[in-house]
Design a protein around this ligand. Structure first.
Ligand SMILES: Cc1cc2nc3c(=O)[nH]c(=O)nc-3n(C[C@H](O)[C@H](O)[C@H](O)COP(=O)(O)O)c2cc1C
Length: 189
């Protein structure tokens, strides 16, 4: 059993939902999962107490949450010594075409540059477009951002672009990677 810390940032809750689904899968695989929203993080929380760390963030106006970048920079030296991963939630990843992939990868590259952290594992997930909940300006800006994308909307005009199967399978692959890295470390001792 490994202790896995997940720290995520979210603007409107979709990255939190994804973090919850990942946490459920970690637990289903008998790992001890601690999941925290970076906005509510206990300053006493000690990254040293965990075997592995997963970071999550969503993209708003081309960037992930500043608080996530800050947390990564502060904890980088310990983070790089543990099996680690990063998941990103964006409208671009909901596009399922090459343009969307290029855009989403571009956001990750900027994150890596800004934090100087190259994650061991990276996952890109589509987010949610909750047009009915946004004010006029936000709705107009988001419609512009996703103007080249095709997606199905529900009755209220909202769209959930998250592929939940790929979320669960990433969580499973991440645990396998963590287990392997931890057993290699034991053998090397
Ligand atoms: C104000 C706003 C700006 C956004 N900007 C981008 C963007 O620049 N690129 C993108 O791919 N998705 C963008 N999105 C889509 C979000 O990444 C998507 O809604 C995601 O689910 C948000 O996750 P959260 O609910 O955890 O904040 C934006 C969404 C909003 C509401």
């Amino acid at each position: 059993m490994a202790t896995i810390l997940t720290v995520f940032g979210t603007g409107e809750g979709q990255a939190a939902k994804i973090a919850d689904s990942i946490t459920e899968e970690f637990r289903a695989r008998d790992h001890e999962a601690t999941t925290v929203n970076v906005a509510e993080i206990d300053p006493e929380l000690d990254i040293n107490e965990f075997d592995a760390v997963l970071i999550g963030a969503s993209v708003h106006y081309g960037r992930q949450q500043k608080s996530v970048r800050k947390w990564v920079k502060t904890n980088r030296d310990v983070l790089v010594r543990k099996p680690n991963g990063f998941f990103q939630v964006s409208g671009a990843s909901g596009a399922k075409n090459d343009e969307g992939l290029v855009e989403a990868t571009g956001y990750v590259d900027k994150f890596i540059d800004a934090t100087n952290w190259q994650p061991d594992r990276i996952a890109l997930f589509g987010g949610a477009l909750r047009f009915s909940e946004y004010g006029f300006l936000k709705r107009a800006l988001l419609k512009f951002i996703v103007r080249n994308q095709e997606f199905e909307t529900d009755k209220s005009g909202d769209a959930e672009l998250t592929d939940w199967e790929s979320v669960v399978s990433f969580a499973g692959e991440f645990t396998v990677f963590v287990e392997e890295r931890l057993s290699e470390a034991v053998e090397a001792d």
